[in-house]
Design a protein around this ligand. Sequence first.
Ligand SMILES: *Cc1c(COP(=O)(O)O)cnc(C)c1O
Length: 495
Amino acid sequence: MELFYRSTRSDKERVTASQAILQGLAADGGLFVPEEIPKLELPMVQLKGMSYQETAYEVMRLFFTDFTGEELVHCIESAYDSKFDTEAIAPLRKAGDACYLELFHGATIAFKDMALSILPYLMLTAARKNHVTNEIVILTATSGDTGKAALAGFAKVEGTKIIVFYPKDGVSPIQEKQMVTQEGDNTLVVGIHGNFDQAQTGVKQMFSDQELAAQMQARGCQFSSANSINIGRLVPQIAYYVYAYGKMCAAGELELGDPMNVVVPTGNFGNILAAYYAKAMGVPIGKLICASNENKVLYDFFRSGSYDRNREFILTSSPSMDILISSNLERLIYQIDGRDAEVTRAFMESLSVNGSYTITDGMRDQLADFYGNYASEAETAAAIKNLYEQTGYVIDPHTAVASCVYEKYRKDTGDDTKTVIVSTASPYKFTRSVMTAIDPAYDAREDFELVDELCRLSGVPVPRAIEEIRTAPVRHKTVCEVEEMPGVVRNFLGL
Ligand SMILES: *Cc1c(COP(=O)(O)O)cnc(C)c1O
């Protein structure tokens, strides 16, 4: 049966999966959502023995119904290959009271690789399917990890260009070095004097700029998005929750059918929304535990029913979660307001005009599966240090936020359901924060000295992604003001 996609903000558009992937964002500014969430069609017992690629296929074929089986296999096999440094692709690691689902074994050592290694293949297949001959221009705002993962996926891919905007002072030194050393003539990396929310808003505005769209069309190109607003990113992320459940059963951590809680370090709400979709597909997930850093807008939302971005934007040691406008929450709002696009549009209008909105009690009742909490900077550092001292396992600051919130959840509720903590980045990506959490004296050392020290401490080999940037030359030096973003894009595209 064919599954169609609709915008969260109006009933006018109804598109196929491939069209939704190509477009990225709906023309009315809404996000594409499937008309229904399909149920997994295979018995749970079979999951236990399936490879990552097989699991991904089972999930994607249900969502991307206008792709042929062959096309999907090609996309999956091209994405989840030796770019990953383990055949498991997303291995589980037990440490302390929880299991960590390591999603950082791809080319850029953060979980964005899980979706962005496949998105270029999905997009090119979608273009062919829809007889699009325009060049696809990927326009992306990044809080640090999406940028590099999208660059790695799209660099030198024929028929595409990619432009990445990142907050100049809002990413880790290694994140920045990874991006500005990117090769490929079809790439452009630009730092902005502003924060991630401003970068994301600037990008969304360009998407709905009709004049710009017309100029692009005249030049034979069109925008698409590599941000998690693209359904082509969200769906591949569902796969690792399905996979994790199978592997937890295979490892004897769970009996088939037992509930499994997940803790997700959250920023734009994409990763945890994928877990919510996995649950809706039939995976026995119990609680969806949403972990925030000091930008705790989601914690406040789950507690009060009010989403309010009117607050100070805080730069933390988990920069990929420094976000006050969690775009994907719109998809959850749409789901719990009875899939009423008018209502969703009104909430988003209020968010845009007033910076806030409050959901109804009836909507709040549907959030019972979620639990939100947050970790302060001191708590995050302590979580890294404690886990290392107790188990020898070193986690990055984003994962540490989740680990800390997991402890708070257990204290709050007494719930000791088996839990998977989603580990979203390699500690090597945030070496300085990680090492100084373990011992503040490390702060005096150089970045790459710390890399070697982390290797000694953790026994984990230095990833290829880090070795590559030790000596790589800086290729991207453009920095601009927020208002100058459209000009930079026009200039790069020769408009
Ligand atoms: C992007 C990112 C997150 C946040 O994920 P969302 O899908 O935006 O909620 C958390 N940790 C790391 C390391 C990331 O790169």
